[in-house]
Design a protein around this ligand. Structure first.
Ligand SMILES: C[S@@+](CC[C@H](N)C(=O)[O-])C[C@H]1O[C@@H](n2cnc3c(N)ncnc32)[C@H](O)[C@@H]1O
Length: 297
């Protein structure tokens, strides 16, 4: 199975292609509207730093950006410290790698000051103009998490939550037990895994946001579409697909044999792995990209 780090790095390119650009544009315009002397962004669960790299590569702001990224997993933060300078150099930045931060400056004067920290971002963040939580809000208890994030933001702060899983994991070509595999996989997210979270995180977020003091500014579908082209899978999409199959397999192993015969699971996984190796497997995984703004307290 590809490591979590390899998987997170691989999905950067897939998400570059699948993010809802309308929601992204509103987020970036909202950041610029809030830019005074600087922009303070906190990222919850940055993984290997893909969102920082994306923002620095795609956008430019009229003020310096102070970017605090906090992940629970020290392996992610170590990987981000290694990977991010290379991604920023590729995007045209000059890097000053200091003991406590990465300072990235572009030729046209854009400056990012980035701190990468290990910890619980819901407890350890400080005030920000915007919070980013990419592929995170489907992994937490949503109501307390939103309440913590509301506390970090001023009255017109932004919360950008792209890639929030939203209840569809489909494969082609079809297989007789696809529906059962999908149902049990999603039920595992909702009821069985140790971690909190939900298989309908995107829709839950839209429902819970107003009660938590947020207005919904924009929302759109973000489907990972992973499909083979003439020469196999583009970019690192095969790594993402392999990780998805292994994640489903790992989750479904938790069911008792009366619920899912291990031979059925093994048979399904064998077929899917063979199709992946032969570049014949397509997957569609549905998420929502959501942009929220804090309302008056
Ligand atoms: C699915 S990964 C997404 C990583 C990254 N945002 C991306 O989209 O590539 C979720 C990340 O959230 C982190 N995470 C989960 N709960 C967290 C918390 N309470 N504080 C900080 N990080 C957290 C995990 O360690 C993991 O790296």
């Amino acid at each position: 199975m590809p490591s979590k780090i390899a998987y997170l790095a691989a999905k950067r390119s897939l998400e570059d292609r699948t993010l809802d650009r309308g929601v992204w544009s509103q987020f970036v315009a909202g950041l610029e509207d809030r830019a005074e002397d600087s922009l303070r962004i906190v990222e919850v669960g940055p993984g290997v730093g893909s969102m920082i790299a994306r923002l620095a590569s795609w956008e430019s702001f009229s003020v310096p950006v102070s970017y605090r990224a906090i992940d629970l997993d020290p392996a992610c933060i170590d990987a981000a410290r290694t990977q991010l300078p290379a991604w920023l150099i590729e995007a045209g930045y000059t890097i000053d790698n200091r003991a406590d931060r990465i300072v990235a400056t572009s030729d046209d004067g854009q400056r990012f000051e980035i701190t990468l920290e290990t910890g619980d971002a819901f407890l350890e963040s400080d005030e920000a103009d915007a919070v980013i939580a990419a592929a995170v809000l489907d992994l937490v208890d949503l109501e307390p998490a939103l309440s913590d994030l509301r506390g970090l933001l001023d009255d017109d702060g932004l919360l950008f939550a792209p890639c929030t899983f939203d209840g569809a994991t489909k494969f082609a070509p079809s297989h007789d037990i696809d529906d059962r595999i999908e149902r049990l996989y999603h039920h595992h997210m909702d009821e069985i895994r140790d971690q909190p979270g939900s298989s309908t995180g995107g829709r839950d977020l839209l429902r819970v946001a107003p009660e938590a003091g947020f207005d919904v500014l924009a929302a759109g579908g973000m489907d990972w579409l992973i499909r083979p082209h003439d020469e196999g899978y583009p970019h690192d999409d095969a790594i993402v697909l392999e990780h998805l199959l292994e994640t489903i397999g790992g989750a479904l192993e938790d069911y008792p044999t009366e619920t899912l015969d291990p031979a059925d699971l093994e048979g399904w996984l064998d077929v899917r792995h063979t199709q992946l190796e032969c570049s014949e497997l397509t997957a569609v995984v549905h998420h929502l990209d959501v942009l929220l703004e804090t309302g008056a307290r």
